[in-house]
Design a protein around this ligand. Structure first.
Ligand SMILES: Cc1ncc(COP(=O)(O)O)c(C=O)c1O
Length: 396
């Protein structure tokens, strides 16, 4: 049976990693895959998580199945991080949630839920968006359309065009928004722009589907939740997919959350059974380990404070690297103003250079990043920033 299927081309980002590994140049630079790295190019275990692992090892007494919705302390802790303390939707029992295998798992089961509600729903995604949104949503069988988001020539958000496009979205359609640290552009909506998005949702009746994969990497854990909370506090229905891969450094443990804000507790109870039955039919129940670690960290005052300071450290380091790159580009004579890199948020930046220039960076200078010109800011270091800036100036 298998002969009928052809070999598929390598995933562009994973293919890039393979090419980077094979490159013998000792000065090569990897700005591809979206993983936080420290000054030595390592992705160490977050200290608060390492301590939680020890606690879990000593306290876990069974490996029996966990409840279908996942680790409850994890769900409650992450819900509070996303929606704030004592959110009315939580207090009114309007929030359904399941722990999911990563943000990807959450995006996929939520897409299945949207399809169960109405198979004709169109999901509107930003142009551009994270490449994996398309198969995660599309393979659930939903139609996908795009709304304008980023202007590469101006290196800024096309907010007027975005608003014009969203004004024409049908009631009941779904609009995917990045809660913070937009991937791939790093260009985030301002608070005022989020308010306009809220008004648009109220006017047209679209349902926001918010992907929150980098909470704390933009401005702060609180500020990065601004748009999510604004929509949740003012709309009857909101869908949220969250990930702990980046901010808790739990990539391989696959820790995510699928959260649905519903109109009332009767609907909430129905939707909770629906999302659990969707998960049951795909992977049954989520892995416990990562959720149990986040539960320990969020519910232990000392570890929670330690984790928050580690998130602050990662964010500040990335902001410093942005500033350093911009100043080095000036120093090495870039004619173009790259100051927009300082205004972008989170782990990614669109350098807004052409695919030919991206290829020249790889072929002539062994600097690896995707053709859209998205770079992983955390891949920059004090050691490589000079050669990175010189290479960039030379291909411009
Ligand atoms: C925008 C966005 N959403 C969701 C995810 C999901 O990540 P994971 O499934 O690893 O938790 C990522 C990871 O790169 C992402 O960039």
């Amino acid at each position: 049976m298998f002969e009928v299927l052809p070999q598929l081309p390598a995933d562009p980002i994973l293919g890039l990693s393979a090419a980077f590994k094979a490159d013998p140049n000792p000065l090569k630079i990897d700005l591809g895959v979206g993983v936080y790295k420290d000054e030595n190019g390592q992705t160490p275990i977050v200290t608060a998580i390492a301590k939680a692992q020890k606690i879990l090892l000593e306290t876990e007494t069974s490996k029996t199945y966990i409840p279908a919705q996942g680790v409850q302390g994890y769900i409650d802790g992450l819900t509070e991080l996303l929606l704030g303390k004592a959110n009315p939707a939580v207090l009114e029992n309007r929030v359904a949630a399941v722990q999911a295998p990563g943000g990807c798992g959450a995006l996929r089961i939520l897409s299945e839920l949207i399809k169960r509600c109405n198979a004709e729903t169109t999901v509107w995604v930003s142009d551009p968006t994270w490449a994996n949104h398309i198969p995660l949503i599309g393979n659930a069988g939903l139609k996908i359309e795009t709304y304008p988001y980023f202007d590469k020539d101006q290196a800024s958000i096309r907010f007027d065009a975005m608003v014009e496009s969203l004004e024409n979205v049908k009631s009941g359609d779904v609009v995917l928004l990045h809660g913070c640290c937009h991937n791939p552009t790093g260009a985030d909506l301002t608070k005022e722009q989020w308010q306009v998005v809220l008004k648009l949702a109220q006017k047209t009746g679209f349902i926001p589907f918010i992907d929150v994969a980098y909470l704390g990497f933009g401005d702060s854990l609180e500020d990065d939740a601004y748009g999510t909370r604004l929509l949740v506090n003012n709309l009857p229905e909101v869908i949220i997919a969250a990930s702990c891969s980046k901010n808790f450094g739990l990539y391989r443990e696959r820790v995510g959350l699928a959260l649905m804000v519903t109109q009332n507790s009767t609907t909430r109870n129905a939707i909770q059974t629906q999302i659990q039955s969707i998960a049951r039919a795909i992977y049954s129940m989520p892995p416990s380990y990562g959720g149990a670690l986040v539960d320990i960290v969020l519910n232990n005052a000392e570890l929670r404070a330690e984790w928050i300071s580690e998130v602050d450290m990662m964010r500040n380091r990335m902001q410093d690297l942005r500033a350093l790159l911009v100043s080095k580009l000036k120093e090495y004579g870039a004619k173009r103003d790259f100051d927009f890199v300082n205004r972008q948020k989170g782990m990614f930046s669109y350098l807004c250079i052409t695919p030919e220039q991206v290829r020249a960076m790889r072929d002539k200078h062994s600097v690896y990043f995707v053709e859209s010109s998205r770079v992983n800011i955390a891949g920059i270091s004090l050691k490589n920033v000079d050669s990175l800036a010189k290479s960039l100036v030379s291909v411009l």
